[in-house]
Ligand binder design. Structure first.
Ligand SMILES: Cc1cc2nc3c(=O)[nH]c(=O)nc-3n(C[C@H](O)[C@H](O)[C@H](O)COP(=O)(O)O)c2cc1C
Ligand code: SF4
Length: 466
């Protein structure tokens, strides 16, 4: 029987986090092997690569890195008559604010990732794989380097893996320390040793024109770990977890104004917002009420906790859905105008001023824009300047309109999805909290509790000591 130092909530379903916080568990290969580790790789090596991709397609797995794109389908985008080398890249940049799952996987169960990667390499025909690790995760990089070395010693990585005739090498590449390095084409540029300027799509879809202009599959850490469980369970059995089109489990990281923040691995779509926030997270802090939630990392659009949504069903019929009844899946969150994204749920209670939330997000995106395209470079900076004015009580009511118009001038007009990532939060906060923001521009409300904090933050970003 498995025992945990921090037991999972009874509503959790742990596949990926089975070994996280497990008593007696460590990151050594011996511990992993004693628990049946690398058996799924051995099974996969006895299969045809196209059948592995077939199982991943049947499983319905959707990427856990942000966009929720079907993993098996992505793998089939490698051109069929390709003669160039194929690469696999594991995206372990995890810089999206509110997201903290990949680092736990790597810190506590690195061989799970390596096993998932070797199976995936075999499926897509990649002989070289990279793990792009966020610069701020030096310990993760060391853990992975040691795990790869140990896996090579036992012939799970390297030449003729387990006598199958399949050769594969995995390299750890330390990231360049910027949020944009997590965007897959920026990541590829960075891996090639260049400034991480994202590439324009089309034509640079990585599966066709990726690393060194060769077909490249980029997948998130959590996505690649799921592959091993799909091989063990079979695609059909895996697809019974979760709900149709939104299968399997996923790790939700909850931060902010709840009694018990943390990570929870749940079946996709099987829990509602109410269940997550009240049962798993213990509800709001004493004397407080929930005000708003960012459901999938900072780039996803904010939702009000008192909102009711009109949802269209697959047959075209319409129904109402209250915020608390939203099931945590990709499709429903998209139908509510937001997204499941990276699974980072950020909760705000009624003590939070939306101007401060807005300014906090704008400061992040203004700092992280790579500067390659004008609407994003200039727009993110102007959005921050305007929200600085709002939190400082120096804004006019028109500033809220100007801010909204800047956001719409970025959205859809940039090289990469960072443009949307920075403008969607602004569009949504203004649409949903316009009155509150406009009221803050009234001079009589100029005494702002967050002023000191925002001024300190601005000084910090400008490189001055706060
Ligand atoms: C600005 C930006 C930052 C991103 N950061 C990450 C990241 O840190 N980790 C990640 O897995 N995906 C990130 N993504 C998504 C990747 O571009 C890519 O879609 C993902 O790694 C694909 O993996 P998946 O299909 O397994 O989800 C980011 C995207 C954008 C636009
Ligand atoms: S949208 Fe922003 S982050 Fe993306 S390429 Fe343009 S300037 Fe860089």
């Amino acid at each position: 029987m498995i025992t945990y130092s921090k037991p999972p909530h009874p509503r959790e379903h742990r596949l990926i986090f089975k070994n996280v916080d497990r008593q007696g568990w460590d990151t050594s290969i011996d511990c992993y092997l004693q628990d049946g580790g690398y058996e799924d790789l051995k099974k996969a090596l006895g299969m045809e690569p196209k059948d592995i991709t077939g199982e991943v397609k049947k499983s319905g797995l959707r990427g856990r890195g942000g966009a929720g794109f079907p993993t098996g389908m992505k793998w089939t985008f490698i051109p069929p008559n390709n003669t160039k080398p194929v690469y696999l890249i594991c995206n372990c940049d995890e810089s999206e604010p509110g997201t903290f799952k990949d680092r736990y996987i790597v810190h506590q169960d690195p061989h799970q990732l390596i096993e998932g990667m070797v199976i995936s390499c075999f499926a897509v025909g990649a002989k070289i794989a990279y793990i792009y690790v966020r610069e701020e995760f030096p310990q993760a990089a060391e853990i992975l380097e040691k795990a790869i070395e140990d896996a090579r010693e036992k012939n799970f990585v390297g030449k003729n893996v387990q006598g199958s005739g399949f050769d594969v090498e995995i390299y750890v590449h330390r990231g360049a320390g910027a949020y944009i390095c997590g965007e897959e084409t920026g990541l590829i540029e960075s891996l090639e040793g260049k400034r991480p300027y994202p590439r324009i799509k089309p034509p640079y879809f990585p599966a066709a024109l990726g690393l060194y202009m060769c077909p490249t599959i980029v997948n998130n850490v959590e996505s690649l770990c799921h592959v091993k469980h799909i091989i063990r369970m079979g695609g059909d059995e895996y697809a019974k977890l979760g709900v149709p089109r939104n299968t399997g489990t996923r790790i939700i990281g909850v931060s902010g104004d709840v009694k018990k923040p943390g990570y929870f691995e749940i079946e996709v779509g099987k829990l509602t917002m109410r269940e997550l926030l009240y049962e798993l997270c213990g509800g709001p802090k004493d004397g407080r009420e929930f005000k708003a939630v960012i459901p999938g990392g900072s780039s996803s659009k904010i939702l009000r906790c008192d909102e009711t949504f009109k949802i269209k069903g697959p047959d075209g019929s319409e129904r109402s859905l209250d915020f608390m009844d939203i099931p945590l899946d990709f499709d429903t969150l998209a139908a509510c105008g937001s997204m499941a994204g990276s699974g980072g749920v950020i909760v705000m209670d009624d003590s939070r001023k939306m101007s401060w939330v807005l300014n906090n997000l704008n400061s992040f995106y203004a700092h992280e824009s790579c500067g390659q395209c004008t609407p994003c470079r200039e727009g993110s900076m102007w959005m921050k300047k305007i929200s600085d004015r709002i939190v400082d009580g120096d804004a006019s009511p028109e500033d809220v309109e100007t801010l909204e118009s800047v956001a719409y001038q970025i959205d859809g007009k940039t090289v990469c999805a960072f443009g949307e990532a920075s403008s969607w939060p602004v569009e949504a906060i203004i649409a949903k909290f316009r009155e509150e923001l406009v009221a803050e521009t009234d001079p009589k409300n100029a005494e702002k509790p967050h002023n000191a904090e925002s001024a300190a933050q601005r000084k910090f970003l400008a490189g001055e000591s706060a």
